[in-house]
Design a binder for this molecule. Sequence first.
Ligand code: GUN
Length: 292
Amino acid sequence: MVLLDGKKVSNDIKNEIAEEVKKMKANGEKVPHLAAIIVGNDGASLTYVASKVRACERVGFDSTMVRLSNTTSEVELLDKIHELNNNPDIDGFIIQLPLPKQIDTQKVLLAVNPDKDVDGFHPMNFGRMALDMSTFIPATPFGILELLDRYGVDTQGKHTVVIGRSHIVGRPMSILMGRKGFPGNSTVTLTHSHTKNITQITSQADIIISALGVPNFLKAEMVKDDVVIIDVGITRVPDDSTEKGYRITGDVDFENVSKKASFITPVPGGVGPMTIAMLLKNTLLARERQMK
Ligand code: GUN
């Protein structure tokens, strides 16, 4: 079994990006600038955004965090988005999801200038992804592709089963794994809450990408020998023995499934750090595109 070490690979990618930034600085060019909007006080979202800002500092990007209160109206958020769209110093920005109930997420994502949409959530960029055109690929799916690529995991002609059809992970992943090229050329099955006999499907999978958010959902009896496992789950499970009072748990029963797997991502230290590295990569791309 080979551990798909997202912590190590994401560090390699950050070092590569830091080198690019050094060159930009040496040439007197402006460095990439990422902004992140966060609405409300959700603990997990605040942690993720803080990690994104720290990662910017680490590679030499400029970063701006915009904190808005939980009672922010849709109009106020849209105003902030227009401001960032029109600020030439900002190369890319994200709006951390989920948003409070009073705000229509689709309306908000549509308001982002597609050239600054480093999350790749705007329908224009999502459509371009589905049509194999150059775009911003959403960071988590992009990170999974990069992990598969850097470990040389064979995807061609393989049966990939995606669990969960979220707009952020499952849906784009199902499109990307079926695209022409590498990593891709898979035969893809997208499973979700209405799927019947999921074990029958997962037990035929060569590659399983689980983005469900149910701790220890995928058990050893549900997979075949030599399966490749990508665990996107990051659920906080209460645990008094830890300092924070919780631990991060994936969708996969790692202890038992790893005994059958050929490749597997750990949680934490697998997909999570890759997401941040690929957001930086998209921001670098955004800067390069602004220069053209
Ligand atoms: N919430 C969970 N994952 C993500 C992500 O990749 N981007 C944003 N903006 N919000 C998220």
